[in-house]
Ligand binder design. Sequence first.
Ligand code: ACO
Length: 429
Amino acid sequence: MADKTAKLRIDEQEYELPILSPTHGPEVLDIRKLYGQADVFTYDPGFTSTASCDSTITYIDGDKGELWYRGYPIEQLAAKSNYLEVCFLLLYGELPTAEQMTDFQNRITRHTMVHEQMHNFFRGFRRDAHPMATMVGVVGAMSAFYHDSTDISDPWQREVASIRLIAKLPTIAAMAYKYSIGQPFVYPQNELDYASNFLNMCFSVPAEKYNVDPALARAMDRIFTLHADHEQNASTSTVRLAGSSGANPFACIAAGIACLWGPAHGGANQACLEMLRQIGTVDRIPEYIARAKDKDDPFRLMGFGHRVYKNFDPRAKVMKESADEVLDLLGVADNPTLQVAKELERIALEDEYFVSKKLYPNVDFYSGIILEAMGFPTSMFTPIFALSRTVGWIAQWKEMIADPQNKIGRPRQLYVGSGKRDYIDLSAR
Ligand code: ACO
């Protein structure tokens, strides 16, 4: 029962709406009974004022620029934890004990290989397919390969599907990459940690030994950690909506990957680096800033702005430090793309347009620079985001399935179309 209520008056009639109190964040008007009582819908395209669920997983304070996974600030996790530990935290709610961590790591590493027949599935794609296109297809196809973990009413099958997805997504992303460049697939190596294994599957070839640089593996792990979850963003909401109908987890994650691909969401990292390259030199920045401000020009500064963060994106802060470290390590600190990025950031942060609209660099602004320096083509940026976010999607999906209040997601609409009319025969039109 809510402690507070709000009153809504429509004509002469008054309705009482319960106000729900979160542990953190703004209070929430409970409108679930409104349609039944008042015969009205609420209108909120883009969900700018609507909570679609309750959740215990991730908290964002957009004004303060804070992001917590299960209460732990992202800066602490990025500095002290590692991706697999963060996966455990997101999935089960607490940091693992040493014993739980070993068990979890073993379970993940034992599931890194994909069904051998999936190799043939990859071969059906054109070589020039975008790795995200391949991933949407292959992850969706997992439901055709892993029948023993698609019964969502069985908690054990849900658990097995979760482990499989977290374990196999790096393998699938690396295979999509290898396929696109015509190189043989590289099998996972279970003695390597999660990030090193991914780098090895992407960059090693049978003809030559590849040694994973531990500093690069650490940077990769941090990118995974920073992208692991972000509460009810577009792709996560897509996963929840797909899952609300009872669809199997592989199909739901494929839906999430499809949504993530868009340039307003996960596709922004690729779009951002392409934009930085297009700008090319520092002297051309004012031209692009002017275009971003021009209402008649659809151009936007990619990697800037966020629906929730209106102060700064805490992930971008960590990513910026990481970019400096990685570029230093690789001896490419004078990389022209980074110079353009830094100058663009400096100018935009002082510019009245960006300041007044609270447009700050988001996580995608720096991640592409690190990934490029590591040797990834731009087409792999969003697949890397997708594999990192898989754990968040799964944690949110599991939370939803286990919730007794779960019901199919079915928004209503404000109909503005034609009134009822009679069909006119073709000859009479
Ligand atoms: N460049 C220039 N102007 C911008 C930008 C930008 N990157 N982002 C927003 N604006 C302007 C809009 O034109 C609008 O101006 P107006 O009020 O005068 O009409 C105002 O700022 C508000 O923008 P909205 O689009 O209403 O904000 P919304 O919250 O819907 O969009 C989004 C957020 C999609 C992230 C947007 O800022 C954007 O397109 N950014 C570029 C793409 C990007 O970097 N996406 C990554 C998001 S983070 C992630 O998914 C990991």
